[in-house]
Design a protein around this ligand. Sequence first.
Ligand SMILES: [Zn+2]
Length: 80
Amino acid sequence: MPVYEYIAENPEKSCRICRKGFELMRPMDREPLLECLYCKNPIRKKMPLISTPRVSSLSNAKDKGFTILKRRDKGVYEKL
Ligand SMILES: [Zn+2]
């Protein structure tokens, strides 16, 4: 069964469960949940994270001015 992550549409109006977001196992054939099970305020499905952490940390490092060195061979580094 897929696990979906839901989060409050209006965090300031919602309960502390959905304000922080929660995960819910839900069969594929069921329609998506539109309101919090606890406070009945609107919630939305969080998009699954597609980006790979390695790529984002690489670009973060570049943003911070680091020089990225890629290991080419044993003990040999190439400046990218
Ligand atoms: Zn709630």
